[in-house]
Design a protein around this ligand. Structure first.
Ligand SMILES: CC(C)(COP(=O)([O-])OP(=O)([O-])OC[C@H]1O[C@@H](n2cnc3c(N)ncnc32)[C@H](O)[C@@H]1OP(=O)([O-])[O-])[C@@H](O)C(=O)NCCC(=O)NCCSC(=O)C[C@@](C)(O)CC(=O)[O-]
Length: 301
């Protein structure tokens, strides 16, 4: 999400017809087809999903849903689609082999280990580590706009969310139900949510730091929420005005309320990378968050 130092107006956004013309931004183009399930997107997924401890669980969660691109993912494990994927993978193996052979020139010595068997082994090892599913959450309308110097008009936020969804993004974090005194840029959360809650083909989670925020979000039509706990006492205090333990107690209450309303919860673990040295805090927080919703995803950042 690029920074919007100037107030955002419709004239500054590309028109829908421009977006339509650029096919690679269209929903169909962005969503993976079965053919794309070969090495193409493996390069992205192959980095592993260690920051999200439950990509497979999340995949299970999504399998039952009706978004077209998810159906592609699910179908890829079935009959013909599986064969196509296998073919695509073997094509890529061949490409690997070709690269290795071309390097194996008499006067070049760095490819002695690059036998076909070795290449297959490396390829298999690489492919085995690939998660079945990676969830991408677009957070621009919330994370991007909460930092804007100027307050973006509600109608522009709504249009931004609609266009992000129509570009093919399946999950767009729409806004935050936080204190308007703390984040005045998102004081219109209720209006934004009311205007976008009818959008189909996408999930629109919102941040809820406490039960008050959760209740306001659900009343405005939110069908999914996110909580955000910090591994750093100072960051927790400056972000949500409470200690780590207090934040976990609040989130337990949010999760209980969410369970009652059958509302899915996603958890953010904040400042964990920079606080890895305080390993016990991170482990404690991760356990606590996991205990709140063991089959839901939570992310580390
Ligand atoms: C958490 C609070 C609310 C505690 O704020 P507080 O002041 O400690 O709360 P309080 O319970 O003492 O209440 C104070 C006032 O806030 C109101 N209030 C209380 N709760 C709510 C609510 N949910 N919605 C609306 N109003 C609320 C409450 O009604 C009261 O109003 P008053 O009586 O004074 O008129 C506050 O600290 C807050 O809103 N913080 C903002 C947190 C935030 O949005 N941070 C940014 C998101 S995290 C992030 O960006 C990182 C992330 C996720 O993007 C990952 C990354 O990129 O790294």
């Amino acid at each position: 999400m690029s920074s919007l130092e100037e107030p955002l107006g419709f004239d500054k956004l590309p028109s829908m017809s421009t977006i339509d013309r650029i096919q690679r931004f269209s929903a169909g183009a962005c969503r993976p087809t079965v053919d794309d399930m070969g090495m193409g997107n493996c390069w992205i997924e192959g980095r592993g999903c260690s920051t999200s401890n439950s990509s497979d669980e999340d995949y299970e969660e999504y399998k039952g849903e009706a978004f077209p691109w998810r159906r592609h993912v699910r179908d890829a494990s079935d009959g013909e689609a599986f064969n196509r994927r296998a073919k695509s993978l073997s094509k890529n193996r061949m490409k690997f082999g070709h690269v290795c052979k071309s390097r194996n020139l008499p006067d070049q010595h760095y490819s002695s280990k690059c036998t076909e068997r070795g290449t297959r082994g490396i390829t298999n090892k690489f492919l085995n580590g690939i998660p079945k599913f990676v969830k991408i959450v677009e957070v621009g309308p919330r994370d991007g706009l909460q930092n804007e110097k100027n307050i973006v008009p509600t109608s522009v936020k709504v249009e931004l969310i609609r266009r992000l969804v129509s570009s093919g993004l399946p999950v767009v974090e729409a806004t935050s139900f936080v204190s308007p005194k703390w984040v005045p840029q998102l004081a219109d959360a209720k209006d934004v949510m009311k205007a976008v809650c009818d959008i189909e083909d996408a999930r629109l989670p919102v941040l809820t730091p406490n039960v008050k925020g959760f209740e306001a979000a659900v009343a405005a039509g939110a069908k999914e929420v996110a909580i955000f706990a910090s591994a750093s006492e100072s960051f927790s205090k400056s972000n949500i005005n409470c200690s780590i333990e207090e934040s976990l107690a609040r989130y337990r209450a949010v999760c209980l309320a969410a369970k009652e309303h059958s509302v899915p919860v996603r958890g953010w673990g904040l400042a964990q990378w920079i606080h890895q040295w305080r390993g016990w805090v991170v482990v404690h927080m991760q356990r606590e968050l996991q205990g709140m919703f063991p089959r839901k995803m939570w992310c580390i950042c």
